[in-house]
Design a protein around this ligand. Structure first.
Ligand code: F0G
Length: 395
């Protein structure tokens, strides 16, 4: 067995890294584990390199992600960190296809090529599908996406189709599409690249590692993330666990996972100290996180526990008002991403987040991803093409 292996998070059983499987025979989720410590000095040295593999904010950390040098990279990552109104915003919408999904997708599609897959598939609320389609196009693989019919933004659907994916619009919600794609991949031998695929998680860890590097390896007090299928929450927990174990940071930041009130199964579980796993029919304006049965639940529970993290819920009104605030800073994001700022407001008001603490909100998707959510009719005035008409409005 190589230094990198698949390991069940429930029963610890190990499988070879080249085996195509997403869960253990016992039903537990799989995680990629490696032996030995990883040094962070090379990560800093690579910041001045011009090679794609080093410029990628994922593969710059390859010894802790997937230790190979033949990769499918755009390159991705290397996103900006904005300082505004006493908060930090790491904007993952600045990835090549406009969302954080590219960080996981570069690794999952690299692995798909490595295991000689010819087709890749996912269920998606729109961002994973766009990312999958782009990376599959680059790698020359057939891309098939399963989306909940009528429930994803027009921008994301059009983007996915433009990159050349075949789109199956499932009459049902995201959770139904997720169940269906798992069955289809098993039966038809298609490589599944949802975040149940542990290679996706390895790539998404680098959101945190790049953030820590941005901060000179000084951990912030809080990292805030929107939570849907719980891939990111899981990846963030693993990234922090490994950064701490490898001695890259001296202390653990706390995670805050934020759900929409109408799509809050993880929040409900948290309220009951994670004794019960909840599954619900989800509804929220933030279509990216309209998910009722998150597949990475078990990994996300560990992430919250190990970081002394919290889970919060926010209403659609709170999400949209936070979005307008982020847009008004000149940064902008899609609705799901704004759950972070809405969550910070709520957690500050409750005294959980304190004055003077350093808080980083991870903005997961670009402002142009959800055009419908951006349009503000009250800002538009239709006029005749005359200077008098202009003056009537402006003077
Ligand atoms: N923010 C955005 C913009 C997303 O697209 C997603 C998930 C999340 C947050 C939630 O992340 O699932 O790791 O908890 N989008 C998936 C998709 C479901 O299909 O694009 P998570």
């Amino acid at each position: 067995m190589s230094a990198e292996r698949l390991q069940c998070i429930t029963c610890s059983r190990e499988y070879d890294i080249m085996e195509v499987r997403y869960t253990c025979d016992c039903g537990g989720l799989l995680s990629i584990e490696r032996t030995g410590l990883v040094d962070r000095d090379a990560f800093d040295d690579r910041l001045t390199s011009r090679a794609d593999i080093d410029r990628s904010g994922v593969w710059r950390f390859r010894e802790g992600v997937l230790n190979i040098d033949k990769v499918v990279t755009h390159p991705e990552g290397a996103t900006r960190l904005y300082r505004r109104n006493g908060l930090l915003f790491k904007h993952e919408g600045e990835n090549p296809t406009g969302s954080f999904k590219d960080r996981g997708m570069t690794v999952a599609v690299t692995q798909a090529v490595r295991v000689k897959a010819t087709a890749v598939a996912c269920a998606s609320t729109g961002n994973t599908s766009a990312s999958l389609a782009a990376y599959a196009a680059q790698a020359g693989l057939k891309a098939i996406v399963f989306v909940p019919s009528g429930k994803i933004s027009s921008g994301k659907l059009a983007q996915t189709l433009a990159y050349g994916a075949t789109c199956l619009q499932v009459r049902g919600d995201f959770d139904a599409a997720m169940r269906l794609v798992r069955e289809a991949c098993d039966r038809l031998g298609i490589y599944l690249v949802n975040s149940i695929n542990p290679f996706r998680i390895e790539g998404q860890k680098t959101i945190i590692w790049e953030l820590l590097q941005d901060l000179g390896w000084e951990a912030p007090d809080w990292i805030v993330v929107p939570a849907g299928n719980l891939g990111n929450t899981s990846a963030f927990g693993k990234a922090l666990r490994e950064a701490h174990a490898n001695g890259w940071i001296a202390r653990m930041p706390r995670l805050a996972s934020i759900q929409a009130h109408g799509a809050n199964p993880f929040f409900r579980s948290y309220q009951g100290s994670f004794e019960t796993r909840h599954r619900i029919a989800a509804e929220t304006i933030a279509s990216a996180i309209r998910i009722g049965d998150p597949v990475s639940h078990d990994k996300a529970v560990s992430a919250i526990r190990e970081t002394l993290g919290v889970v919060e819920e926010v209403t659609d009104d709170e999400i949209m008002s936070a979005k307008r605030e982020i847009d008004g800073m000149g940064i902008g994001c899609e609705p799901a991403s704004a759950a972070t700022l809405a969550g910070v407001k709520k957690l500050r008001a409750a005294g959980v987040m304190k004055e003077g603490e350093q808080i980083v909100c991870v903005l997961t998707g670009h402002i142009l991803k959800d055009p419908e959510a951006n349009y503000r009719a009250e800002k538009v005035v239709e006029i005749d093409p005359t200077i008098e008409a202009v003056e009537r409005v402006l003077v």
